[in-house]
Design a protein. Structure first.
Length: 481
């Protein structure tokens, strides 16, 4: 009865407006006896079913037969043909189940269903089959496998899995980009789907990880295909993992053969409207092993501590002219491509007349197109104590190794500051370095004092005040007499 009411409502809606929806999805009733089918139907007005995506899977049910029906409605001289294509689902056991929200594409039109809760109840005896009730499940239905109803063939696919590295050889500390791609020819999209991807990619990443590297991993919340061309043919490229690795020693980076299990569909040899046109199976794709050699930096006194990358210096100063004892700020910013976490601040060579304070550090990293770039700035507060002109290139320098030129290079400031005013001897005395704690002991009073020293002072002070008050009172009374 519920299906009949829904059908009549759908027909009336179509006749009420020529712009009514041409395709719709209709769900069966609940509760459903375990010896009856639950149904999902696709309805079309005025058109044949030409192409469609598969009906949804329902946990606790098995897809069974399909059937079609046709209804002709004439209203006001206008005839509409309503065709219904129904998928039967056989319940496997009693209980509560859920048909999750799903979409289907029918004749190029995408239709949605919100799903529903389904309750499977015990078998109903002497059930009368009417025209609007699903068929009873028979033992013959349960015994006929789908593979006997239609023949499926395994079509060749154009797809492959590859681990790509930007370089085959790097210096210690130099970055190498590592990306895992899955390529799929555009015409083969209906042949392959991802299977249990979250669990698979966790295991794959575990195999890609290297023990002796600093890793900068690119994060993305979803896997979306890119349109690329391979040997003149259009492909979809899925980026499954991406990172830049910086080796910290001479151990080579070795990547094993990786594997990805995909859903591979067989297609119906002679498709028809009453059966599935695809049959689900699996196929495993393999990537090739990869190896990246790591070579040592050329000889240099700082070979084991310098940063590696392509860097430039960007600098700024808050004031180019400043008075004695008035601080200013100088920013030494290293910008470029490399492992910015490994960039350490340059140690100042402090000249007489200037005082450097530990820098504030700021780091900005950009991850884009498989590359790590950005900047790291060191902001020094400097206090001048003596007048004069100071070239800052004599106070700071930062040495690094450039893998592009295979040579060491040095970044030095180009700015200078002019300090005006007279030398402040008092300030120099206050600012003199007294050395460590043990060096200034001789300058301090080391006389032992009682823990109650200040209490005794307070008590003696109070006694003096009392005596003074008594003397004052005595003098006042004497004068009055």
């Amino acid at each position: 009865m519920r299906l009949l009411i829904l059908t009549l409502f759908w027909v009336l809606a179509l006749t009420a407006s020529g712009m009514a929806q041409q395709v719709s999805i209709e769900l069966g009733k609940s509760p459903v006896p375990i010896n009856q089918y639950y149904t999902v139907s696709v309805k079309l007005q005025g058109d044949q079913l030409k192409e469609y995506t598969p009906f949804p899977e329902i946990e606790g049910f098995k897809k069974s037969t399909r059937y079609s029906s046709e209804k002709t409605v004439t209203v006001g001289g206008v005839t509409n043909i309503i065709r219904t294509y129904t998928q039967n689902y056989a319940p496997l056991e009693e209980g509560d189940f859920v048909l999750k929200p799903f979409t289907m594409k029918v004749n190029g039109v995408t239709v949605q269903s919100q799903g529903m809760a389904i309750k499977v109840v015990p078998m109903q005896a002497n059930t009368q089959q009417g025209p609007n009730l699903p068929d009873l499940i028979t033992k013959q239905d349960e015994q006929v496998p789908a593979s006997e109803e239609i023949e499926f063939v395994d079509k060749d696919d154009n797809a492959f899995l590859t681990l790509y590295t930007t370089k085959d050889k790097v210096y210690v500390g130099e970055g190498v980009g590592v990306t895992l791609y899955f390529y799929l020819a555009e015409e083969d999209q209906r042949l392959l789907d991802f299977h249990d991807f979250a669990n698979q990619i966790t295991g794959i990443i575990r195999q890609i990880k290297q023990p002796n590297v600093w890793e900068e991993m690119f994060e993305f919340s979803e896997i979306t295909p890119e349109n690329v061309t391979v040997k003149g043919e259009p492909y979809l490229r899925f980026r499954l993992y991406e990172a830049v690795l910086y080796p910290i020693n001479l151990q080579a980076l070795t990547f094993p053969q990786l594997q990805l299990k995909m859903i591979k569909y067989k297609v119906a040899k002679t498709p028809n409207l009453l059966t599935e046109d695809r049959q689900e199976g699996f196929k495993i794709f393999y990537s090739r092993e990869r190896r990246v050699e790591v070579i040592e930096l050329p000889p240099h006194p700082l070979r084991n501590v310098v940063s590696v990358g392509n860097y430039t210096l960007q600098e700024s100063i808050s004031r180019k002219q400043v008075a004695v004892n008035k601080s200013f700020t100088y920013v030494f910013e290293v910008a470029g491509e490399g492992n910015l976490d490994a960039v350490m601040p340059p140690a100042p060579i402090v000249p007489a007349g200037l005082e450097y304070y530990p820098p504030d550090v700021r780091q900005d990293v950009v991850r884009r197109s498989g590359r790590i770039s950005g900047s790291k700035s060191f902001s020094y507060a400097i206090l001048p104590r003596e007048p004069g002109t100071y070239n800052l290139n004599n106070t700071l320098e930062w040495i690094y190794f450039n893998p592009t030129t295979a040579a060491y290079d040095t970044l030095r400031p180009t700015l200078q500051v002019r300090v005006t005013g007279a030398r402040d001897s008092d300030a120099l005395v206050l600012s003199r370095d007294l050395g460590s704690f043990y060096n200034i002991i001789d300058n301090e009073d080391n006389t032992l004092r009682s823990l109650h020293f200040f209490d005794e002072i307070k008590r003696n002070t109070n006694l003096i005040l009392v005596v003074l008050l008594l003397v004052s009172a005595f003098v006042f009374l004497k004068n009055k007499a």
